[in-house]
Design a protein around this ligand. Sequence first.
Ligand SMILES: Nc1ncnc2c1ncn2[C@@H]1O[C@H](COP(=O)(O)OP(=O)(O)OP(=O)(O)O)[C@@H](O)[C@H]1O
Ligand SMILES: [Mg+2]
Length: 243
Amino acid sequence: MEAVIKIRNLYKSFGTNEVLKNINLTLNKGENIVILGRSGIGKSVLAKCIVGLLQFDKGSIEIFNQDISSLSSDELDGIRKKMGYLFQGGALYDSKTVRENLEFPLQRSRFAEADNIDTNTRVEEVLENVGLLDAQHKMPAELSGGMKKRVGLARTLILQPEIIFYDEPTTGLDPVTSKEISQLMVRVQNKYKTSSLIITHDLKCAKTTANNIKLLRNGNFYAEGTYNELENSEDEVVKQYFN
Ligand SMILES: Nc1ncnc2c1ncn2[C@@H]1O[C@H](COP(=O)(O)OP(=O)(O)OP(=O)(O)O)[C@@H](O)[C@H]1O
Ligand SMILES: [Mg+2]
């Protein structure tokens, strides 16, 4: 199997607050890993270290077999362009239509340089994939929370990332919409062969999307396995998360 992210012995503290203590993780191509853990335990900090929004103290992170600490900022930019993020809230441009929200990142992307890029086709394809082709001329204010999430996902997908980070993709959504988003994440994985790191508190989302689940506790991974393995674990700590 081909690893797209390899984290070895990663440490990250803020003053005396030792958030990450010896994290090891391998994300393989085409795999979805879900990270579970209590609020404030360090899930977002881990994601931010990987994408370069936070500097870590010790250890190494390799992305596409390149040690990110040894790269120039240009090389790092090249790697970042192959990664997509779906942050909470979606962060759409309020004054742009759905369609314009998708065209904008495309104009500024690595694809912009290739003059034969067909923006219309690309925009319509991703909107179709998230089931929002009919809403392309709507403003964000006219969309529901779930629709905004789907536009956010469409905007991530339009740049054809090889790795996607999802931070709480279903938070604040009703169970039916959460299920739709989770299923959409799996469809994206299958269709585009993307690899994903998914941070969530939503066990149903984890069950639908995860090939592998890691439970973050006290700075490192306390347990890992498939949903079924963890759900049937006899460990008292693991049980707390699955009841
Ligand atoms: N920039 C920062 N400066 C100082 N401390 C930080 C910073 N970012 C995060 N922390 C601390 O790191 C710890 C982990 O935070 P993090 O945001 O990763 O939690 P989380 O697991 O994502 O929680 P949640 O589920 O609530 O999103 C917390 O104690 C937080 O206060
Ligand atoms: Mg968080």
